[in-house]
Ligand binder design. Structure first.
Ligand SMILES: [Zn+2]
Length: 162
């Protein structure tokens, strides 16, 4: 099986374990999830939190009492498929992939001045927290394709009671 869940998943508070930085960024941008990604977090901190913990670590999964998702694969499509399977809906909300801050739509002229080059897009956003600019481009198409592949992926999830 590709992943194993215990407890009930939640999007408002997710700890993503070390080595899963890519997933942390995707959970923010695709689902607007509130994600804590701190590779320096101690095992005891991760073991104690009530947030959903996402990990590749079988031992951490075993000792956890709170909600935990164990990923048993390195297949990134399968990771996203697991969250779709858990009821996360893509493209309804979003957050800054870099820091998790709120994105506000801005005039693309502002984005062009800030990044110092032309931005070919009709919609642009700025993170209110870290100031990064984002726009619809090839990266966005990549996200759509990622979700389409994840929807087709065959992912087994075993759910345990709390
Ligand atoms: Zn940000």
């Amino acid at each position: 099986m590709a992943c194993e869940l215990k407890g009930s998943p939640r999007a408002d508070c997710i700890y993503v374990d070390a080595m899963l930085g890519w997933l942390a960024r995707m959970l923010r941008i695709l689902f607007g999830a509130r994600v804590v990604y701190s590779p320096g977090a101690s095992d005891s901190e991760l073991a104690a939190t009530d947030c959903l913990v996402v990990t590749r670590d079988e031992e951490l999964f075993r000792v956890r009492r709170g909600p935990t998702l164990l990923l048993r694969t390195d297949d990134h499509d399968a990771w996203i498929a697991a969250f779709l399977r858990l009821g996360f809906r893509p493209f309804e909300r979003t957050a800054c992939p870099a820091c998790g801050g709120e994105l506000v739509e801005v005039d693309c002229g502002e984005a062009e001045r800030a990044v110092g080059h032309a931005v070919v897009s009709e919609r642009c956003w700025r993170c209110t927290s870290c100031g990064h600019y984002y726009w619809v481009g090839s990266h966005w198409r990549g996200l759509r394709e990622l979700v389409e592949r994840a929807r087709r992926a065959d992912v087994d999830i075993v759910c345990r009671g709390p």
